[in-house]
Design a binder for this molecule. Sequence first.
Ligand SMILES: *Cc1c(COP(=O)(O)O)cnc(C)c1O
Length: 467
Amino acid sequence: MSSAAFDVQAWLQEEVNHLGVPDASDSSLAAHLLAKDPLADLRNQFEYPKNATLPDVDQSLVDPSADSIYLCGNSLGLMPKATRRIMNEQLDKWAQVGVFGHLSQPVPWAHGDECAVDGVAKLVGADPVEVTLMNGLTVNIHILLTAFYTPTAQRHKILLESRAFPSDHYAIESQIRLKGFDPATSMVCMSPREGEETLRTEDIVKYIEEEGDSIAVVFFSGIQYFTGQLFDMETITRAGQAKDCFVGWDLAHAFANVPLKLHEWNVDFACWCSYKYGCTGAGGLAGAFVHERFKDDKRERMLGWWSHKMSTRFNMDNVLDLDEGAAGYRISNPPVHLVVPVIGFLETVKGVEMEDLRRRSYKLTGYLEYLIDHFFGASSSARVSNKISCQSITPKEIDQRGCQLSLKFNVSIDRIYKELVKRGVAVDKRYPYIIRVAPVHLYNSFIDIRRFVDVLIESVRIVEKEL
Ligand SMILES: *Cc1c(COP(=O)(O)O)cnc(C)c1O
């Protein structure tokens, strides 16, 4: 990956000088950064939850009519306002024309997924023939591994991360068993070095160089859900392919979070869910990428009527005419109620470049990291507590992370988390020590970050007294 094109420290220092405050911990900085933020208005395109409507908020501690502090878009993205309107149009259409809706505008249901393919392909850096929208993420892992994982006695292993998301781990275990192999000998889970939280690219590449002849598929996540580490997909893909392995990526935490260039990186296959940064709602329509090199490849796979080319699909002659590229991996007809939120999201981000969102993301996450180090760093002179500290386990290098920081506390987060929730904070907890915080470039603001840090200071002070 190219070295980072943005210097967070220099940018913060410049803003501090501009405002004439002592340092970036000054509470007036957030409003200053907001005023200069060219993409701040994007937030208004989303439904942003208020304190009054979040569960478990103690309304006596907050202003109920104020925005909550929603930093959990890594788990479930917020709803684009456009989605409700487009969904209502489709419900009205169903009510009015029934089965004729399959072919009538807008969004003819029989082509629903295809209406969103161009926009999604752009987000992942792919040609439309390389992308399809279908199913859920784990289902797509199964579909792609069914086709690309064809183990032999010599080459039967799948290489993945030791802390892969459970669903990926189970999918791979079962794929290995389904093909008559044993996860104990065919599943290789790579751990970080002793005392380190994240994997080093050099270690992954070295392992592939040494063991690649026995590896059928390398399957990592683009961004590690727990640590927030962004892998060097281009380098790892090249290393795997040099040893004749297929290289696939789970982009659950990378899709719409960081710019992707799947085609250019020559990735073999990839899949993602869309409800995290893609803001399509719980269980939203997932995606899959199969490189153009496999466009006319007829490898065995799981088939259904939607794998058949549209032009002859309805001849119903039971002679398969396989669709081109990723579209030939479809099985069922597309679920319009899941297609609509993808369209709603694409409409919301239309005209905004992923590169500009990424630049905003560097700033939001960089600001959060600065404040965390300043107020909670174990060696910071400004630390708010002598007993409670935390530090980010996410890589410091901005080209090795997305928007999320995973904060590791030196005490159980149980009580701190409860105090945060009471004050209108939505973040993700991983007991016993980790809170994952995701300032999302689409709808979070510098003010959200400052408010979060202020509430964390208050919560830590309360919990400290109990220790
Ligand atoms: C969120 C996530 C999933 C969820 O899988 P679903 O099939 O959408 O339920 C799977 N894998 C990873 C890496 C994830 O981050």
